[in-house]
Design a protein around this ligand. Sequence first.
Ligand code: EPZ
Length: 421
Amino acid sequence: MDKIVIEGGYPLTGEISISGAKNSAIKLMVVSLLTSEPVTLTNMPDLRDTRSLAALLKHMGVEVESETASKMMLHAPKLSSTTAPYDLVRKMRASFNVLGPLIAREGKAKVSLPGGCAIGARPVDLHLKALEALGASIKLEEGYVIAEAKKGLKGAEITFPFISVGATEHAMLTAVLAKGETILFNAAREPEIVDLANCLNAMGAKISGAGRSEITIKGVNKLSGVEHAVVPDRIEAGTYALAAATAGGSVRLKNIRSDHLGSLWPLIAQAGAKVSLDETTVLIERGGGRPKPVDVDTQAYPGFPTDLQAQFMALMCLANGVSIIRENIFENRFMHCPELTRMGADITVIGREAIVRGVKEFRAAPVMATDLRASASLISAGLAARGETHISRVYHLDRGFEHIEIKLGGCGARIRREKDD
Ligand code: EPZ
């Protein structure tokens, strides 16, 4: 197993090009199940999660080829299996999203339940209710969802009791080929949902309202092939912006959609870094002096993303005062706190709130990555800490950050990957 070693205490200076969004790419790949024509995705990130999903799609008979690391071709003239086995689904929750498209195309599917994960229980009840509303009959047997739609899928009005990114996407992916009109109320508004709707519309789907909380989908009989560029990864961009604010220095991020991080920029500026934006780039500069404390509350988009909470906390650990960070989306997303504490942070977690009392500096320490975004907060802390930080279990990081040590190394970070003993 690999670990990341960082010799910290050096500011970051340079440019980083942001990759395509993991959380969009893995939904866009699933689109290939909905058409017998080729789907070509460009600006694809090369990640463990995209490789895990490619393995699952291949198991179902989708031909998957990568012409270059950032261009993937998926083609499913016909499917050879409608089963998604536990071993392939457990590696990545989002693979559960194959269920609806399989029912839409083949009339039936057997997909493993994804189970909980480190950041919380993460049930799929909203997904299943949406599919039932669209006409699927669903049974749970031995950890599998067994679904069929003997008479085909029918459009429906679906009101989500609370906002779910995954359930909104899953309903959209299923309703595109249903008969008649589907309306999703209280839908998630994330940019990844807009990206998915744009791709489906380019294939002939009729989706309107993506990016708003009411989405209308008029079912069509057939979808064609498509070439689609994955939207830039707002979480990767936010992670490097926060790393620059935490370690200090001057970093320009390219190939971003700055409007997708409207909730982050004012908070980084309030914390004392200079933020200079245009549509596709941002320059983050932080000189001497400690950051100022800023309270943060995670919310569904366009609020502050839960996927940047851990990285923002690393910045607040060094603030000149106390900040309160509230996690509203997941019930157990503070596992980075004990690890940051090992590096000298002063954090008290009470329920969904973390009270962060800023300290003057991080101290290098051996720490453990607990989930994808938590790992990124430890990288930020390691870059700012004096001494050598060893971060183990970096496979979490490889799920969602493309070439992180190369990108940070290009900005002067002393960061390397080593074999863990
Ligand atoms: C997506 O997860 C992202 N994953 C997450 O990113 C992200 O943190 C999350 O959205 C919120 O923005 C992908 O896109 C692959 P949800 P998702 O359904 O869709 C509860 C990362 O690090 N819920 O919006 O699974 C759920 O437990 C990952 O890249 C139910 O109760 O999130 C959570 O508390 C981590 N029943 C809340 O809703 C359901 O049926 C929001 O989850 C579905 C969700």
